[in-house]
Write a protein that binds this ligand. Structure first.
Ligand SMILES: [Zn+2]
Length: 274
């Protein structure tokens, strides 16, 4: 036997029985604020699955087996989690620990740190409106799961930073920031439908795009909104322009990605997760 043949033979034997597909390699980052890819039972029919009572995204990987792509909320503790699949046995996956750093931000407007009662009422109303958008679940398949970057620019603040405004701890950073100038066009990272636009106390001018099956992008602090609710957006279509509206210390794009109503690290979807 030639030496080359032996090397090739050994390499083949070392391959796993089921080689992971592209989507699994890209998206399987099972940490709090990450994504778990769970293989589903072999079947020709689409399989429905839920996590924490919410429907999850299921796709056919490489045109073959069905997988569930599950968003893991930042609040989930490391350990074993389960998804429910039809009437069958629940399927387990393991959430690994991940450390998130602290970030201290100084705001001149103390109302943006500790709002008064009237503003709290407005904030609560706006929060409910946005949560309802995140909970929408449309049957369409996302056009692409390897997302395009919505703007070209330096990544400034990472997802998941524990945030202190004027020394007071507030909600962790729910998205990914790009440092880009005011007026930069924001392009849809995948096709979708505009399901909500608003001008909010914290998020400023905001657009929600539903990419399908609970996969939703939110863009905020915009200077201009170029779309309205119901609009169909092509991959790369412009939804608005970068600004500094709402609670922002300067112009930047804040981009949230939500899966089954869990805000997850957008870096995963652009292949920039570390
Ligand atoms: Zn941000």
């Amino acid at each position: 036997m030639s030496r080359l043949f032996v090397v090739i033979l050994l390499a083949c034997l070392a391959l796993p029985l089921h080689a992971e597909g592209f989507l699994t390699r890209l998206l399987d980052k099972p940490v709090p604020g990450g994504v778990a890819v769970v293989p589903l039972p072999e079947t020709d029919e689409p399989v429905k699955a839920t996590y924490q009572g919410k429907p999850v995204l299921t796709v056919r990987e490489d045109g073959k087996r069905w997988i569930a792509i599950v968003g893991i909320p930042l609040t989930v503790k490391p350990g074993t989690e389960q998804i429910e699949v039809g009437s069958g046995q629940p399927l387990s996956f393991t959430v690994q620990p991940r450390e998130y750093e602290a970030q201290h931000i100084t705001l001149r407007n103390q109302q943006q740190v500790t709002p008064d009662a009237a503003r709290l009422k407005r904030i609560q109303r706006e929060l409910e409106e946005q949560i309802a958008a995140y909970r929408q679940f449309s049957p369409r398949q996302p056009s692409n799961l390897l997302f395009d970057r919505p703007v070209d620019g330096r990544l400034s603040s990472a997802f998941g930073l524990r945030r202190f405004f004027n020394g007071e701890e507030r909600n962790p950073h729910s998205g990914l920031d790009f440092a880009v100038p005011t007026g930069t066009p924001i392009k849809a990272p995948a096709a979708g439908q505009v399901i909500l636009v608003g001008d909010y106390f914290f998020n400023g001018k905001t657009v929600f795009v539903d990419h399908g099956q609970g996969l939703i992008s939110m863009f905020c602090h915009l200077s201009d909104i170029d779309v309205k609710v119901g609009d169909e957006i092509n991959r790369g279509g412009v939804v608005g322009k970068v600004g500094a509206t709402g609670r922002a210390t300067g112009p930047h794009l804040h981009w949230n990605v939500s899966l089954n109503d869990a805000r997850v690290d957008p870096a995963i979807f652009i292949g920039a997760f570390e």
